[in-house]
Structure formats: C-alpha cells, structure tokens
Design a protein around this ligand. Structure first.
Ligand code: NAD
Length: 349
C-alpha cells in the first residue's frame, strides 16, 4: 500500500487527514499543504474516483495548487483542499456534508473550506452547521460572499483578454473564436461575457444537456468532449478538470492561447515547456483562476466590500503580464516562472 509520503504529488504537505464517517458514508481526504502565509484555504471537491489513491493524489495536488494560488493572489492564506469520494452515481446527502463540517471543525482552523467542483452553496450551508471554518456561504445584503464561480469567471475573462492582447495584439474579443472545455459555473460566466463582446464560442461538456443549454444561450456551437482540444480557435479555455495538457494533447492543439479556469491543467511541469516550444501562450492556471478565492478570502477575513473584491480581481491581468514578461526575459515557460515566484512567497525557494 502506498503511503502519502510516497505519492509523486507529495510536496512536504504539513498534514493529510483521512476522514471516514460510517453513519453518513462519508469518505474524504483533507490535505493542508502550507500554513506559512495563513490558514490553509481551498474548496472541497465532490467527485467519483476510479481508485481512492486518485482522490488522495488529487487532494495533494490541489492543496499545493491552493498554496501557490493564494500566495500569488497576495492573500494572507495558506493552501488546503478537501476531496469527498463520491460513489459512481455521485449520490450526495446532507449527512455527508455535516460529517465533513465536523471534520473541518476538528482541524481547529488549520483548514478553511469552500466550494469546488460538485459542491454548491447549499452544501456549504450544511457544512457550516458544524464548523465556522467555512466560506462561500450566502452573502448578507450588501456583504461579500456566496458562490465564488462568478468571481472566478470575471478573472478568467480578464485573463483571456490580457492573453489575447499580448499574443494576438487585439484589444477586444470581438470576432475571436474561443473553444471552452466545460459548460459549468465558470465556463458559463466566461461564455456569457465573451459572447457579449462578440466572440464566437465552441463549447463541450460530458453532460451534453448542459453543453446545449449554454450553447443555446450564447449562440455557440456544441462540440463533442473528445474534439474540443483540437478545435482550431484563437483561445482554448479549459474550464472542466485538470491534467488535460499532456504531450499528446499539446501536439494536437490548434490555438495560440490557453487561458482557463481548471486547476492543475498541466499533467506535469514539463508540459509548460512543451507549450512554450509550440509558441502557445499559457496563462498559469492558479494565477488566472484566483477570482473565486479572492472573493472567498474577503468573505472569510471580512476585509473588503464588492468594490474591493472587484479591484483585487482586476489585478490578475497585471500578475499574468509580470509572469509573461519574466518568461520572455528568462526563456523559461510561464508556469515555471509562476511556480518560482510562488515558492519564494511560500518561503520554500
Ligand atoms: P462545474 O462543476 O460547475 O463545471 C465543470 C463542468 O465540467 C461540468 O459541467 C462537468 O460535466 C464538465 N466536465 C467534466 N469533465 C469534462 C470533460 N472531460 N470534458 C468536458 N467537460 C467536462 O465547475 P466550475 O465551478 O465551473 O469549475 C470548473 C473548473 O474550474 C474546475 O477545474 C475547478 O476546479 C476550477 N475552478 C473553479 C473555481 C470556482 O470558483 N468555481 C475557482 C477556481 C478554479
């Protein structure tokens, strides 16, 4: 049996918790990568994994990603992540989220939870019955909070525009073709904004009905999930799951820009260099997708209103520019440059 220390994704994580609750059937992993800059903050994912080891690997990878993301977003937070192992039908019960809340509370504030794939605001309200270390709850009138998805979408939209400006020299998305993988919360927000700007959209989701609903709304075209990464377009925006940029998929890409929300888009760090070799401009995932955590952090820390959150999200393009500048100057790929910047901030350089 593989111990957490032996996982390729283990990166001196401070703690990794395995949670089992017999009554609700909850099986979860909570990984806290770093609390160097503050409590380990990051959402909880509800997903079906073929093997439980895949869930552990995901928690390790995603929590490390949160450390990097929070550091690069300038937040006083470390990195953590929860993963709930769903059955193949992804049956959700309030009991599971109550048990998850008790587990989070038991960590005494070392981990702060919020939404991620498969988890919505209502689930977090259930979690919040048992812990105060939770964010992404319904916002009180005029206060910051709620679903981070729209804030992430806003940051992705700004990041896509920055990448388009840099690579294609265009100030607007008008007339550009954007291929979006996923038709969920973040993809939907991006698609609506881009459509408003006059972009043409190709959309794929393994949930065909979801893809059709979004495509109808934005007058886009539905593409089969297995075909979205070979669509010829101006931008490919991965807004579904991670590890999609592999040597094979990169060789087949027909886009000059990749800018999207999915966490851990690169299979390994080596793929960042492959993108650079192919002349594809890459927006490092955890930098461009920080909008949601910026909102979650303000809600949790109570340190800003809607305008402050918006202004903080609007700093994302500037951070991307700094990374692309350093990449150009050093010849290193943008993902490697971002990692080095984050490691410095985490005191792990
Ligand atoms: P979501 O659950 O609303 O949507 C994800 C969609 O991707 C679903 O419709 C799902 O059916 C689809 N999907 C899964 N596998 C796919 C595949 N192989 N091909 C095509 N579609 C596929 O999730 P979301 O909140 O929109 O998040 C999207 C991505 O962005 C995730 O990777 C998430 O971790 C990341 N992210 C989200 C936020 C946020 O605030 N919601 C913040 C940062 C990063």
């Amino acid at each position: 049996m593989q111990s957490p220390w032996d996982y390729p994704d283990f990166d001196d994580h401070e703690v990794v918790h395995f949670v089992t609750d017999r009554q609700s059937g909850l099986k979860a992993v909570i990984a806290v990568h770093s609390t160097h800059l503050g409590p380990g903050a990051g959402g909880v994912r509800f997903w079906h994994y073929a093997k439980s080891a895949d869930a552990v690997a995901d928690a390790l990878r995603l929590s490390r990603g949160m450390s990097f993301k929070n550091a690069m977003a300038g937040l006083p937070l470390g990195g953590g992540k929860g993963v709930i192992l769903a059955d193949s039908a992804r049956t959700k019960t309030p009991g599971m989220f109550e048990a998850f809340g008790r587990a989070v509370e038991g960590l005494g504030g070392r981990y702060i939870t919020a939404e991620d794939v498969g988890v919505n605001v209502a689930d977090l309200v259930t979690v919040s019955k048992h812990t105060k270390y939770v964010s992404g709850l319904p916002a009180a009138e005029g206060a910051v909070g709620g679903d981070p998805g729209p804030h992430t979408s806003y940051g992705i939209y700004l990041g896509v525009k920055a990448a388009v400006k840099r690579k294609l020299g265009k100030d607007s998305l008008e007339g550009l073709h954007i291929a979006i993988q996923g038709a969920g919360s973040v993809a939907g927000g991006l698609a609506r904004r881009a459509a408003k700007d006059g972009a043409r959209l190709s959309i794929a989701d393994i949930d065909a009905a979801r893809a059709h609903r979004l495509a109808d709304e934005v007058q886009g075209e539905v593409v089969a999930p297995e075909a979205i990464m070979t669509v010829e377009a101006d931008v490919f925006s991965p807004c579904a799951l991670g590890a999609i940029l592999t040597p094979e998929s990169i060789a087949a890409l027909r886009v000059p820009v990749i800018a999207g929300a999915a966490n851990n888009q690169l299979l390994t760090p080596a793929e960042g260099a492959l993108l650079l070799e192919r002349g594809i401009l890459y927006a490092p995932d955890y930098v461009i997708n920080a909008g949601g955590i910026i909102n979650v952090a303000s809600e949790y820390l109570g340190d800003g209103d809607e305008a402050t959150v918006k202004a903080r999200i609007e700093q994302i393009p500037g951070r991307l520019e700094a990374i692309w500048d350093e990449s150009e100057a050093s010849g290193r790929d943008p993902a490697a440059v971002a990692d080095a910047m984050a490691m410095r901030l985490l005191g792990r350089a």
